[in-house]
Design a protein around this ligand. Structure first.
Ligand SMILES: [Zn+2]
Length: 641
């Protein structure tokens, strides 16, 4: 692949300098007209298990093969922006692929072994693929392994167990995404169901998907297809992973062909744009086997798939973003072993070229023993047959790519993609700004009382409602601290608990939920999500007294919040669940809800859908006036001390 000469690796420092200059430049440009950078076509490439060592091993091999002590850069490694992403999951420093895929797809950390669900019970997360589809972007999900495997599943499925392939496969057509490609469904081999394949493929066609086996069939069928699934030719291979490079036969489907077909299918000159997630899934598998030649060939193959996207980028440089990263590192791969400085990757030549195998096929040749001998000869070290917890590299080019420089977290990747696409962010701008203010503020301490929640909490002037308490706290160096953020949800609050819990505050008054209702979650999901925050506070700061406050009622007659239409009754339903769960968690529950109803607690006799926020204490049917805050403050006064 050809790259423009000026692309080169940049250190984080150089990037920072560039950022400063470009900000100034942008400001000057703003005086006249300015064309903001906006990504319309986005590629997220995930090299499963591909750590920096895997990339450099491949580059060093390519150089040594030509007799050079150097590195022959892979195409994506020449992208101008480079960063590193931390990969830990909600449950482990060493993540699994499904938890990492969930983070990369949704911006939330998940537990190892789960796909697309929030750590509390089974609350489904909304992946950016769904958000972007809603906004009119075309969506393509592809991989070199099966499409119900962990990484692709992270972008369309929700399951407590990544190994529930059948369940995950059955969710794929429900996504309505436009293009899927790679190996077919592992779920067809479900042991409990003889007709698993039939059920999956029936559902696929019921939901309007055309299945094309091989590129030729894709070309023949694409014009009549609304949504398409591109798999391998031949019924035998249909539901297997794409053939690994070592052992691949001529004419067998490659990841590069899948990406090419996806672009062909999803690109419309006057369309809204597309989001493509493409996984190089077999780098991980080879690394699990500590198979260095396999890692090298699969990484090169992955680079070939990325080069197809790069060709597209060259046609649409202003509107395309390509991000290449990994979900985690696999193998603890090291360039060097035991003692000394010799290092010779040419011992892999025969294995990689397939010339080691006259009679046997190449894959059979690479037995455990042969692999081990080759690793020793080359002097490659492996510390594990599993994953490691080291951060992974991020390479980026195009619109918005600068956001991927420096050290980031894997959850930043989908957030940055949304920002680059100028789409509804996972969190609001206000959220990021206020969170940044909290970061710069003095840290929370044991002498603080924290008010935690959404706009209702943010809108309160808590220190003025309890002046004596504030004075008493200040004597000890503490204070009443407002940690409310407009628009926040239980997920957003969970994501910023690390600003609060390490300080072990004296008390936390917590209220959230209205924004979650507007996001179309069920009452169960919302109550579970809120209680999960409570559980985390208990676990990470056991001496903090927690006061869980009920949701306030709303009043739809103000017609201000379209997304809350018809949801009045949900508020009392959620509160009932919270009250019960708070009791189970042995946490004080403060029921503010009846106090804010039109006629106070007397209105509890009405049907839930008629229990509304008193019109005199609200201007929009959701938020409350100072008079409302007075009722609230009085209700909690005995606890705030
Ligand atoms: Zn793995």
């Amino acid at each position: 692949m050809e790259f423009r000469g000026f692309f080169r690796r940049m250190t984080a420092l150089a990037m920072a300098v560039l950022l400063v200059f470009s900000t100034v430049y942008a400001q000057e440009k703003n005086v006249g007209e300015t064309k903001p950078e906006k990504a319309k076509y986005v590629f997220l490439f995930i090299g499963d298990g591909m750590g920096l060592a895997h990339v450099f091993l491949t580059e060093a091999y390519l150089a040594q093969k030509d007799g050079k002590i150097s590195n022959t850069p892979l195409g994506f490694a020449k992208f101008p922006v480079m960063g590193v992403a931390t990969t830990y999951s909600a449950s482990n420093i060493i993540t699994c692929s499904s938890a990492a895929a969930t983070a990369l797809a949704s911006g939330y950390k998940a537990n190892n072994g789960t796909v697309g669900i929030y750590p509390a019970d089974s609350i489904p997360l909304t992946q950016i693929s769904y958000k972007l589809k809603e906004l009119g972007y075309k969506i393509g999900i592809m991989t070199s392994v099966t499409i119900d495997h962990a990484t692709p599943a992270g972008f369309y499925a929700h399951s407590k167990k990544r190994g529930n392939y059948f369940e995950i496969a059955m969710q794929l057509p429900e996504s309505g995404f436009d293009f899927f490609g790679g190996g077919g469904f592992q779920g067809t081999r479900d042991k409990e169901r003889k007709d698993a394949a039939e059920q999956i493929y029936n559902k696929v066609s019921e939901y309007g998907y055309t299945v094309a086996l091989g590129v030729d069939e894709y070309k023949a069928k694409k014009s009549g297809a609304g949504k398409i699934i591109l798999l391998q030719d031949g019924k035998k291979r249909r539901d297997s992973s794409l053939r690994p490079v070592i052992g691949r036969k001529d004419g067998e489907l490659t990841l590069a062909q899948v990406v090419g077909s996806a672009i062909d299918f999803l690109y419309e000159p006057d369309g809204k744009g597309f989001f493509i997630m493409c996984e190089g899934g077999q780098i991980d598998w080879e690394a699990h086997s500590n198979n260095a030649p396999g890692v090298i060939t699969e990484t090169i193959d992955f680079d070939k798939a990325i080069s197809v996207a790069y060709e597209f980028y060259k046609q649409h440089p202003e509107e395309t973003l390509i991000v290449v990263t990994a979900d985690h590192e696999t193998g603890g791969l090291a360039l060097g072993r035991e003692k000394g400085y010799t290092f010779d990757l040419t011992v892999f030549n025969d294995a990689i070229n397939g010339t080691a195998t006259e009679e046997k096929n190449a894959q059979n040749y690479l037995t455990k023993e042969v692999i081990d001998t080759l690793n020793k000869k080359a002097r490659i070290g492996w510390s594990t047959k599993s994953h490691t917890g080291i951060p992974v590299p991020v390479f980026a080019i195009g619109a918005g790519s600068r956001m991927f420089a420096g050290q980031i977290d894997n959850t930043d990747i989908p957030k940055n993609i949304m920002k680059a696409m100028d789409a509804t962010p996972l969190y609001t701008d206000h959220y990021y700004k206020r969170k940044a203010v909290f970061d710069m503020d003095s840290p929370i301490t044991e002498n603080d009382i924290v008010f935690l929640g959404n706009s209702l909490t943010e809108g309160g002037k808590w220190e003025t409602y309890f002046p004596d308490v504030q004075k008493a706290l200040q004597k000890k160096g503490g204070a009443i601290r407002n940690r409310g953020i407009v628009g926040d949800t239980f997920g957003g609050i969970d994501a910023r608990l690390d600003q609060i819990l390490p300080g072990h505050p004296k008390k936390i008054f917590f209220l959230t939920g209205a924004n979650d209702v507007s996001h179309n979650l069920t009452a169960d999901s919302i109550a579970n999500g809120i209680i999960n925050v409570v559980r985390r506070i208990k676990k990470e700061s056991p001496n903090t007294k927690i006061y869980l406050q009920s949701l306030l009622p709303i009043n739809e007659s103000f017609k201000r919040y379209r997304l809350l239409t018809g949801k009045t009754a949900m508020f009392s339903e959620i509160n009932a669940k919270l009250e019960k769960m708070a009791k189970e968690e042995k946490v004080t529950f403060i029921n503010l809800y009846p106090l804010m109803l039109t006629n106070g607690p007397a209105d509890l006799a009405l049907p839930a859908s008629e229990q509304v926020l008193r019109p005199e204490i609200t201007r929009d049917g959701l938020h409350i006036t100072q008079e409302g805050y007075k009722i609230w403050a009085d209700a909690i006064r005995k606890y705030v001390k």
